[in-house]
Every structure is written in structure tokens, then in C-alpha cells.
Design a protein around this ligand. Structure first.
Ligand SMILES: Cc1ncc(C[n+]2csc(CCOP(=O)(O)OP(=O)(O)O)c2C)c(N)n1
Ligand SMILES: [Mg+2]
Length: 581
């Protein structure tokens, strides 16, 4: 590279923060979900600079709480598959994202988390030197340790000269399968360093892009096809295959061809719930009877404390993440494991089965489909029966509430199901014909549904986004921050709080471990939260339409009013008093 003084003087010179914003644009970051602090002064200044010059950079979404920012990026990635940027303040802002980073990591969503670091100079040796109290106290020894268990990659930018290279690498890592979060830290002095434009190399996508999962070794596919050809009770359990449309189609096609019952474990709806092979959410009765089982993109297919698989069964584990290296323990059977793109692998499997299928196999598959149909119908009838009881005033039956909601949703609308002990009612009662339109977090950090619904709305403005949480989950979600963003950025979402007066999950967990324990005898479960609260006021403070509903007779009209408001462009909040815990 030419570095002579004469040459340099002809080349424009910019601060690292300027190239940083350019690099974000080049790697395809459309949005920066931000919660700013003193560390961002160089970035904020260069944002104004680039805007003045009419140069491209990501749009900024200011979030009052980092939990909203990081979950918005997650919601955007859930809909688009594309990771976005989250920019937070040094160690403290990073700490506030930790719960979200847990969810993002466990959901295998790409997110580029970035934070400043306190300046390291104190005497104005460099531009950006320490100039306020917090700069002396916001430098821990290991800032990244706050979120390290939830990262695929982390780095502190050592110099502006590599800013584009570092961001390209961060991007390629988060987008490569299995996807997940990455974290970049930057000091103020680094962001203010100036570089000539020709010293900053570009790293275009055609040479440095992410890698995706591939198909499987044909020998393994053949081995599995042989097992399926001889199977009598095959089942398939999946958790997150449906995030890719081709995987969803492949599961449905394979299941219908081979007469395989399909179950879903947590996370998203992976195939249409109208599929003749979709049986439900609990494989507990089917697992002990299965002779060939397919675990496809799944983290927790069943709870081993409740279910024992048949020792003689043959299990095939097909997953973008067969090893689960983020979990110290992971113990589910796999006589044969194939890591890769599950959709591609199932397509290979179906091709193999189609060439080998005998008339006998086809008859057996058709017979199994009849059995699956009966199990399906039994589940649908059970769900319908549960919803006929509307509940009592002050104690609406969640099944009825969800069934009524299901009647007004379009197929493409997306449900963010954080219903905790009422999550089952959401799953059972709302028909989901289109895959990937109901999602749960792959993690267990409550407070995600509001931010995710907002991020999803930003990605798909024409679809209704419904956040369903418990009363406990509503608090965890920093609702004031959620409704503030909904108002400021015109992102109308529909929030439903199923208020059962506290943390039912905590109560039920105590009862499971100590069914006849002291807590039960005393009826003290440390689970009740403040009574008589009016969550509606939180929404109203930010211009949302809000209603409280306690009488089952009012449910249908209340939902209709909320949906009308949301479709008209205003966020709505329905505080429903459901069956108490
Ligand atoms: C951030 C976080 N803190 C604590 C918990 C533990 N926890 C799991 S479920 C639950 C209760 C949630 O209450 P609510 O949302 O009202 O649902 P319910 O259990 O009443 O159905 C709690 C506190 C958690 N999962 N995440
Ligand atoms: Mg509750």
C-alpha cells in the first residue's frame, strides 16, 4: 500500500467511528438498537457527520432499556434470519443485556452486540481521554465475562485500521450455522483515531461470507432409510427446524410419505399444525413405544425424569448443532448423528426412501397415517373441550381466552408465547397453519416477548405481532421501555398479560419437588405478587390503547377492540385476569 506523505495528503482522512458505521452498513446491518453512554461520543458525532454527507449507515433505534434493545435484535433476526447491531454502554449496559444474550444464544439467533470500554488515558494524551467520574470506575478486568457464556466470539478492537476486518469476521461468525451472538468492545481512543481512507481495507461478502450447514454423508442417509423402511412406530421430534422454510417442508413431506408422527418441543411451530402428521407438543406416550425416532434440531425432546425411551429403539439425531457445545451436559440418544442443515438432510432421506419404498412399506405408512389422524383428532377435541369452560368473573379460563384470540388472528401473524404455565393454552388453542408463526425463547430468561415482538414488527410491518406473557413475565420485560419504543418508532404490537396473580411456575415447582411439604401445608409458596395492580396504566403512559378484562363475557369484544387499535397503528395492551394460581 502507498504510504508516502504526498500520496496521503490527497486521500480523505476520517475517524475510526466513521469507518465503523460504514463497515456496519457494508456487512448488512440495517438497524442499531442502542442505549447510549459516554463511550459512544465518537460514534454519535460520526453519525451526524455521515448523515450530513448523505452517506449510508444503519438506522438507529433508541431503547430506554438494553433488555428491549437486545430482544428487538432477536425478534428482527427471528423474522429475517439476519443479525442486527445492539450498541450498549460499557460494562453496565452489557450487564443489562445478559438475560437477553442468554435467550439469543439459546435460540441460536445472530446478534452483534457492541459496547464501548472506558477510556484508558486520563491526561488528554489522546482524543477521548477520561473526562468524567464514571470513566474511572467502568473498567472492570474482564468486561466480556458478563456475557461470555452466551457468545460465539468476542474481541476488543485494537485499532481502527482493522475495523472493517473485525466487523466482517464478527458478522460471518454470527451468521454461520449454528448462528449465535458475538460481542465487540471498543475504546474511545480507538474510535477517535484517524485513518486515511485507503488504509482501511474492505472485506466484501463474496469472499468473506458466512458458512451454512450442508447435507449428510450418503452412507448415513442410506443406513437411516433402511431403519425407517422396517420401522413400525416411527416418530419425529423437533424444536427449531422450522426456522428454515425448506426444513419445514421437508419434515412434512417425509412424515407424510413414511407415516411418521411429528411432535414439537418448545421454540417455534415447525410445520403447519394442519399437517396430517402433526400430533402435538408432548411425545411422552409415544417415546417408549417408538422403534425408530428422529430427533431433528431439538434441544430438549422430552424430560428424562418423566419418560424412558425404549432401549431397543434406533435414534437418529439430525441437527445443525449435534454436539450442543454450549451445554455442560446433554444426554439424549443418537445411534446415528448427522450434523448439518436438517432440511437438506431430510430431503436426502426422502429421496432415498422414495427409491427404496416397497408396496408393503407404503401400505404400512398409510396405516400409520390413520393412527396419527386419530391421535391428532383426539388432541384437537381435547383442546376444544378445554376451551368451552369460559371461567368465572375475575378468573377467565386461559384456554377460552386463547381460543377467542385464535379466531381473530391471520395465518401470517406471529405469536411470541411467554405464557409460562399458560404457554400450553397458547399452543393448544391457537391454530397455526403457517410454520414459524408461534415462537418461544430457546432460553429461560423471562422478559423477552415484548422486545422480540417489536423487533419482528420492524422486520415485517404488515403482520400483527402478539406478545403473550404472564404477569411475572410482564414485569421482567421492562414494559415501560417496550411501550416507549412502540410509541416513538410507530411499532404497534398487541400485548396480552395473563395475570394469575403471581409466579405460578415457582409454586408448581415447589409442589413438584415437595408434593406434601411444608410450603404446601402452610400454603406459602413465596409466589404472590402485588395485588390489584393495573398494568393498563403502563401502556397508557406511552399512548397505547389499554383494557382490563376480568369477566369472560367481555373477552371477545375486548380482543376485537385491541386488534382494531393495533391494526390501526396503535399499540394495545390487554390485561386479562385469568384463573388464579
Ligand atoms: C429473568 C428470570 N428470572 C426468574 C426466572 C424464574 N421464573 C421462572 S417462571 C417464573 C414465574 C413467571 O411468572 P408469570 O410470568 O406470571 O407466569 P406464571 O408462572 O404465573 O404462569 C419465574 C420467576 C426466570 N425464568 N427468568
Ligand atoms: Mg403469573
Amino acid at each position: 500500500m502507498e504510504t508516502s506523505v504526498a500520496r496521503k495528503s490527497n486521500v480523505p482522512d476520517f475517524a475510526t467511528a466513521y469507518y465503523f458505521l460504514e463497515a456496519l452498513h457494508e456487512i448488512g446491518i440495517d438497524y442499531l438498537f442502542c442505549n447510549f453512554g459516554t463511550d459512544h461520543a465518537p460514534i454519535i458525532d460520526e453519525m451526524a457527520h455521515r448523515r450530513k454527507r448523505g452517506e449510508a449507515m444503519p438506522s438507529v433505534v433508541r431503547c430506554p432499556h438494553e433488555n428491549t434493545a437486545a430482544h428487538m435484535a432477536a425478534g428482527y433476526a427471528h423474522v429475517t434470519g439476519r443479525g442486527q447491531g445492539v450498541l450498549v454502554h460499557v460494562d453496565v449496559g452489557t450487564a443489562n443485556t445478559a438475560n437477553a444474550m442468554h435467550n439469543v444464544y439459546r435460540s441460536r439467533l445472530p446478534v452483534l452486540l457492541m459496547a464501548g470500554k472506558a477510556p484508558y488515558t486520563a491526561n488528554d494524551e489522546l482524543v477521548g481521554s477520561r473526562d468524567t467520574y464514571v470513566h474511572f470506575v467502568q473498567e472492570p478486568f474482564d468486561q466480556a465475562s458478563l456475557v461470555r457464556p452466551y457468545l460465539k466470539w468476542e474481541w476488543t478492537l485494537p485499532s481502527g485500521v482493522v475495523v472493517k476486518e473485525a466487523l466482517r469476521r464478527a458478522h460471518s461468525i454470527m451468521q454461520s450455522e449454528p448462528r449465535g451472538p458475538v460481542y465487540l468492545m471498543m475504546q474511545r481512543e480507538t474510535l477517535t483515531q484517524h485513518w486515511n481512507a485507503d488504509e482501511i481495507r474492505r472485506y466484501p461478502a463474496d469472499q468473506f461470507a458466512a458458512t451454512s450447514g450442508g447435507g449428510a454423508d450418503p452412507k448415513l442417509v442410506t443406513a437411516l432409510a433402511e431403519k425407517l423402511l422396517a420401522a413400525e412406530s416411527p416418530i419425529l421430534i423437533t424444536g427449531y427446524a422450522g426456522r428454515h422454510a425448506h426444513a419445514s417442508r421437508a419434515i412434512d413431506a417425509l412424515a407424510q410419505f413414511a407415516g411418521i408422527a411429528v411432535y414439537e418441543a418448545n421454540m417455534t411451530n415447525n410445520i403447519s399444525h394442519q399437517s396430517p402428521c402433526f400430533v402435538g407438543f408432548s411425545p411422552d406416550k409415544a417415546v417408549p413405544k417408538a422403534d425408530v425416532g428422529l430427533l431433528v434440531d431439538v434441544d430438549v425432546p422430552w424430560f428424562p425424569s418423566d419418560v424412558q425411551a425404549n432401549n431397543k429403539a434406533f435414534w437418529a439425531h439430525i441437527d445443525i448443532d449435534t454436539l450442543k457445545p454450549g451445554s455442560p451436559m446433554w444426554t439424549f440418544p443418537g445411534n446415528l448423528r448427522m450434523q448439518g442443515d436438517s432440511g437438506r438432510i431430510l430431503e436426502q432421506l426422502l429421496e432415498e426412501l422414495q427409491t427404496k419404498a416397497t408396496p408393503r412399506f407404503k401400505q404400512a405408512a398409510a396405516r400409520r397415517l390413520e393412527g396419527i389422524k386419530a391421535a391428532r383428532e383426539e388432541r384437537i377435541a381435547r383442546a376444544a373441550k378445554l376451551a368451552t369452560d369460559k371461567g368465572r368473573p375475575g378468573a377467565i379460563n386461559p384456554h377460552y381466552l386463547m381460543a377467542e384470540l385464535g379466531k381473530v388472528l391471520d395465518d401470517e401473524d406471529i405469536i411470541f408465547n411467554e405464557g409460562v404455565t399458560n404457554a400450553g393454552a397458547v399452543l393448544l388453542q391457537i391454530p397455526r397453519r403457517v410454520p414459524n408463526t408461534t415462537m418461544r425463547s430457546g432460553g429461560g430468561g423471562l422478559g423477552w416477548s415484548g422486545g422480540m415482538a417489536l423487533g419482528a414488527k420492524l422486520a415485517a410491518p404488515d403482520r400483527l405481532m402478539v406478545q403473550i406473557s404472564g404477569d411475572g413475565g410482564f414485569y421482567f420485560g421492562n414494559p415501560s421501555s417496550v411501550f416507549a419504543v412502540a410509541q416513538q418508532y410507530k411499532l404497534p404490537i398487541f400485548s396480552i398479560v395473563m395475570d394469575n396473580s403471581g409466579w405460578n411456575a415457582v409454586k408448581q415447582s415447589t409442589l413438584r419437588v415437595f408434593p406434601e411439604g411444608e410450603a404446601k401445608s402452610a400454603n406459602e409458596f413465596e409466589a404472590e405478587l402485588a395485588p390489584k395492580v393495573h398494568f393498563t396504566k403502563v401502556g397508557e403512559a406511552f399512548g397505547a390503547y389499554a383494557e382490563e378484562v376480568g369477566d369472560p363475557a367481555d373477552v371477545t369484544a375486548a380482543i376485537a377492540r385491541c386488534v382494531k387499535e393495533v391494526r390501526g397503528g396503535r399499540a394495545a395492551l390487554l390485561h386479562a385476569r385469568v384463573t388464579r394460581m
